[in-house]
Design a protein around this ligand. Structure first.
Ligand SMILES: [Zn+2]
Ligand SMILES: [Zn+2]
Length: 221
């Protein structure tokens, strides 16, 4: 409602081409989704879409990302996270829907929990909104079972400090079903530590089939 009102006052401009009307026009959506993503989510080495390559050892079996974090996708997600462009969740969920294959009906979407201070700053939990919309599009339930133990804001940490913080960051208090599939969802993947340790926490809680999906993969240096 408020977002509709705001869009009348200040119409959305496409983050790809600047065209008036939506945050991302059909043609720019098409360009992002159809840019073939033949890379391992973890190392960005060659792998078929969704496949984790044999060199990477993680607790999740498959992993997808919409695109690398650059261009219009980067601008859109940054605006959505940091400038309160709340309408971004629907576009990002749609892009996710176009990038991921069919999932079995026994798949639960598990969003990585957002730090509480970030939710307070933004006034909304950006990833929970995307997870909910993606679940609506795919008719899959959202199961927010991963909890955050620490609320460390990661921006000022070195890579090693971030890894250590991530290894202690998550817990799953529920008992998970070994027959079900759990799709961990995160917005931006940088070092991969968040997904790695969240997946390990899920495995410790009984999950045997874990997939991962992220909106944007930060390019490696
Ligand atoms: Zn456009
Ligand atoms: Zn790999």
């Amino acid at each position: 409602m408020l977002d509709n009102l705001l869009s009348i006052v200040a119409p959305h401009l496409c983050y790809g081409c600047g065209k008036t009307g939506t945050l991302l026009c059909q043609s720019c959506k098409y360009d992002i989704v159809n840019d073939k993503n033949e890379a391992c989510l973890v190392c960005l080495g060659p792998a078929r879409s969704g496949e984790i390559c044999s060199r990477c050892d993680v607790a999740y079996e498959k992993g997808w990302f919409i695109a690398e974090r650059e261009g219009p996708l980067k601008d859109l997600i940054d605006a959505y996270k940091f400038q309160r462009a709340k309408a971004g969740y629907a576009v990002l969920a749609e892009l996710l829907g176009s990038s991921l294959p069919e999932l079995t009906p026994e798949t639960f979407i598990v969003p990585i929990p957002t730090a509480g201070d970030h939710i307070r700053q933004r006034g909304y939990d950006h990833l929970a909104l995307i997870a909910k919309e993606f679940g609506r599009l795919r008719h899959l339930p959202v199961l927010p079972v991963v909890k955050r133990l620490t609320n460390l804001t990661q921006h000022d940490l070195s890579a090693e400090e971030r890894e250590l913080a991530a290894s202690r960051a998550f817990i799953v208090e529920a008992k998970l079903d070994p027959g079900a599939t759990y799709l961990l969802l995160d917005d931006i993947m940088t070092t991969g530590a968040t997904l790695k340790y969240a997946a390990e926490a899920m495995r410790a809680a009984g999950a045997e089939h874990i997939f991962a999906a992220v909106i944007a993969r930060q390019a490696l240096d």
